[in-house]
Design a protein around this ligand. Structure first.
Ligand SMILES: Cc1cc2nc3c(=O)[nH]c(=O)nc-3n(C[C@H](O)[C@H](O)[C@H](O)COP(=O)(O)O)c2cc1C
Length: 359
């Protein structure tokens, strides 16, 4: 059976696959355009997108606006496919980033906090589709209710991110310890039920996308059978030629064993999933890495109380400096064993999914 296409707002992708946004500078225009060219939806992450701008320390907002505009323009030159932007609500400049994205991105995906006011941040007349990323049916309901009341619209789709994802997670440490209780499959089914009244009320379909630990075509087929419209995949796309991050970062994924994928307490106050290394072990032992806060980039971060600066740690890792940084990764990172092309990954997933849908 052929895979269904994925329609979000006025955009239709040939494959029901969204590439997850990955900061800092892991998913920029190269990865996003390659995914879009292969038939999926490519996504540029706004987290730290302006870190290379010469004025980033003194002119944080403008530096990021400029860099995001440039990434979007570069992606547009490489593809005619669908390009989205991942915007974390925890970022201090998320409203500004949404405004920039609403002028050139097809879709904004917003998580790491509930994007209650996202529709208000777009430029007038923008038809950029809006997709909240949530981790529970309660959050889906709150967003649908608030957007209906406040903004007279419902989301164009919703991403449900389960406990096996990488980066910052939408669960407490306690919930993650018993993650079997919070299976992505259960949450997806509950979210589909929770949005139904809002689909009926608005007359609009709200496609539900499953994310977190999705690896192969069997996973994709499983979520389609459960009623999801598609999946969002990040970790598997790091070890591709087109991924924007340094070869050293990709090698850390290839070298990782299952036991190296760990939960950490991020200085931003959320749990995260990452690949264990000397830097994280030192932090766990209580070492402090003093820093001058150059950006104040995350709303919940209190620099004076943080053992290290997460933005700097992720920037260092992106460039391959793992003495002063670490790699975020999903629970499947240990399954990466070689660098391949995005096209190969998406073709393999599609073939497997189509075979699994026949069963
Ligand atoms: C290296 C890395 C960086 C990430 N950065 C972000 C980010 O900037 N914003 C965000 O919303 N999610 C981020 N995530 C989460 C992913 O976008 C994605 O939703 C999740 O990891 C999906 O699970 P998977 O990695 O198992 O496919 C990141 C994940 C990884 C692995």
């Amino acid at each position: 059976m052929k895979l269904p296409k994925l329609t979000i707002g006025k955009f239709t992708a040939d494959l029901p696959i969204i590439q997850g946004g990955m900061g800092v500078a892991v998913s920029l225009h190269k990865l996003a355009s390659a995914v879009a060219n292969a038939g999926g939806i490519g996504v540029i992450s706004t987290a730290g997108v302006g870190w290379k701008e010469p004025d980033v320390n003194t002119n944080f907002n403008e530096a990021h606006d400029r860099a995001l505009k440039r990434e979007l323009e570069s992606a547009r030159k490489l593809t005619k496919g669908i390009i989205g932007v991942n915007n974390m609500i925890a970022l201090c400049n998320h409203a500004e980033m949404a405004k920039v994205a609403s002028q050139n991105a097809d879709i904004i995906l917003a998580g790491a906090g509930l994007p209650m006011n996202l529709p208000a941040h777009l430029v007038e007349g923008s038809d950029t589709a809006l997709v909240p990323i949530i981790s529970s049916h309660r959050a889906a309901r709150i967003i649908c209710k608030t957007w209906t009341k406040r903004h007279c619209r419902v989301p164009d789709a919703i991403v449900v991110e389960g406990p096996l994802a990488g980066g910052h997670l939408g669960f407490s440490y306690e919930e993650l310890k018993e993650y079997e209780k919070y299976s992505l499959e259960d949450i997806v089914v509950k979210v589909i039920e929770a949005v139904k009244p809002y689909e009926d009320m608005s007359g609009k379909k709200i496609p539900i996308i499953a994310a977190g630990g999705v690896w192969d075509g069997k996973d994709l087929a499983k979520f389609i059978k459960l009623g999801a419209a598609g999946v969002k995949i990040s970790t598997r796309l790091v070890c591709t030629h087109e991924c924007d991050v340094s070869p050293a970062f990709k090698q850390v994924y290839i070298d990782a064993k299952e036991e190296d994928i760990v939960l950490i307490k991020s200085p931003v106050g959320l749990p995260g999933r990452a690949i264990k290394n000397k830097f994280l072990e030192a932090v766990e032992k209580g070492d402090k890495m003093p820093f001058e806060c150059p950006f104040t980039c995350i709303r919940t971060c209190v620099p004076a109380d943080s053992p290290y600066c997460i933005a700097l740690a992720l920037i260092n890792a992106k460039d391959g400096n793992f003495d002063e940084g670490f790699a975020f990764a999903g629970s499947n990172a240990y399954r990466c064993d070689k660098i391949v092309s995005v096209k190969e990954v998406l073709e393999e997933i599609t073939k497997e999914a189509e075979a699994a849908l026949e069963e």
